[in-house]
Write a protein that binds this ligand. Structure first.
Ligand code: SF4
Length: 181
């Protein structure tokens, strides 16, 4: 049996969606019968997002230049892209800074006023990526195939999304369990 190439990506999010993914517990062992994890912060320490990925769950909003470059690469190399959790679907918590005018007030507060040591500013080359003026939900940057809301989506919702995709079917977000928060 050819296994499905499966990936997860972590953009601007708290990693809570990935923690919820790990809450799938023993079902992860069943999932492993059907997928090869080819890229993921919780399962595969690969630096470059590979070509030919079948399914990718993307956690987090698009907040900086690194996120932007990665999500474009992910879209170009992935058949089914799932917006995984509210930060990916709406930009959610990271977008709280969107009420400010651009990224400079965030940098001023986070990197200068609260810094104990000499801060590494995003404008300095090589270390911290430039922040975008606004944090964007994934679908405002690239087309998204499936939306999986929740902060985080709980394990049953994650399973209900992935299971049909393994069969080549589109998941149905129907019923109280799939839409209550
Ligand atoms: Fe964290 Fe919630 Fe955002 Fe997921 S949706 S990354 S749990 S804040």
């Amino acid at each position: 049996m050819t296994k499905i190439k499966f990936a997860t990506v972590w953009l601007a999010g708290c990693s809570g969606c990935h923690m919820s993914f790990l809450d799938l517990d023993e079902w992860l062992l069943e999932l492993a019968n059907y997928v090869d994890v080819v890229y993921s912060p919780v399962g595969c320490d690969l630096k470059e997002y590979p070509e030919g990925v079948d399914i990718c769950l993307v956690e987090g909003g698009v907040a900086n230049e690194d996120n932007l470059e990665l999500i474009r690469k992910v879209r170009a190399r992935t058949k089914t892209l799932v917006s995984f959790g509210d930060c990916a679907v709406t930009a959610n918590v990271p977008a709280m800074r969107n009420i400010l005018k651009g990224a400079d007030p965030v940098l001023q507060r986070g990197y200068i006023e609260l810094a104990d040591l000499k801060p590494q500013l995003p404008h300095e080359p090589g270390i911290v990526p430039e922040l975008l003026d606004k944090v964007l939900p994934v679908h405002e940057v690239v087309p998204v195939d499936i939306f999986m809301p929740g902060c985080p989506p709980d394990a049953p919702r994650i399973k209900a999304t992935i299971e049909p995709l393994l069969r080549g079917e589109k998941p149905k977000m129907e019923g109280r369990e799939m839409i209550k928060f």
